[in-house]
Write a protein that binds this ligand. Structure first.
Ligand code: GLP
Length: 241
């Protein structure tokens, strides 16, 4: 895993979208996965700007979801699909058949898992952009999750339920998430994990100073055999000596 510190989020985002640009140029029908949450929003903005200026054409790309809160769909502000649709899919003018997302409202989560696993087994993942939870989770791969798993439903960790209020307009009784599993994430051709801002400084320090352990899921990315990058801004490195 290549670790790189950028002075600003702007520089960090540009570097990521330049990488993605090269990937799409070589393979226009790439499979792309972008995490929900707040961290990747500047990257999404830049992806849209690159398409508008003609530097990238996403019209043949496929987009898959990383994760979703079980019980939430597009109607709830703060769901992963709402974040991605409003900030990326709609501005990129993607067609419906380019988007393959977990339906958190489904009564049959096993079939959501099967659909995703079938898609990823067939097409793979060319590029995945990941954020990090305050407990080090990746997607909804919470601490102590099985790391040899494909897509899965996970019980939310206490840290996640304590901080999830930032996404929603009111308190929601959420207890589970559905997520790509580590086996799929680690097999992606290019993996970029990003962390920005002072509030991620403790977790960035822990990742940099810990051997890969399932107690800190983001540290597992260090075991990736393919291109893996850990991009942070200077604020997120405040606690590293
Ligand atoms: C959320 C999501 C992840 C996201 C992470 C970090 O709970 N499950 O997909 O990457 O936590 O979120 P944020 O970027 O808002 O800090």
């Amino acid at each position: 895993m290549e670790y790189q510190v950028f002075e600003t989020i702007e520089q960090l985002s540009t570097n990521i979208v330049d990488k993605l640009s090269n990937i799409i140029r070589l393979k226009p029908d790439s499979v792309i996965c972008v995490a929900g949450g707040e961290t990747p929003l500047p990257v999404m903005k830049k992806m849209v700007a690159y398409q508008e200026s003609g530097e990238i054409d996403f019209s043949k790309a496929q987009f898959i979801s990383l994760d979703e809160w079980v019980g939430l769909g597009r109607e709830t502000k703060g769901s992963c699909i709402q974040t991605l649709e409003d900030n990326l899919f709609k501005p990129l003018k993607l067609k419906k058949d380019q988007i393959h997302f977990f339906d958190g409202l489904s009564k049959n989560l096993s079939s959501e898992i099967e659909k995703m696993d079938r898609f990823v087994a067939k097409y793979g993942i060319d590029f995945i952009l990941l954020g990090i939870g305050m407990n080090g989770h990746i997607g909804f791969n919470e601490p102590e999750v099985a790391i040899n798993s494909d897509s899965l439903v996970v019980d939310l960790d206490n840290v996640t339920t304590a901080v999830m209020g930032k996404y929603f307009e009111k308190q929601l009784p959420l207890t589970q998430g559905i997520s790509l599993g580590f086996r799929q994430i680690l097999n992606a051709e290019t993996i970029v994990v990003m962390a920005t801002g002072k509030k991620k400084a403790d977790i960035v320090k822990a990742i940099m100073e810990t051997e890969p352990t399932v107690a800190l899921p983001a540290s597992i990315i260090k075991t990736a055999k393919k291109n893996a990058f850990f991009f942070v801004d200077e604020e997120a490195t405040t606690n590293i000596n």
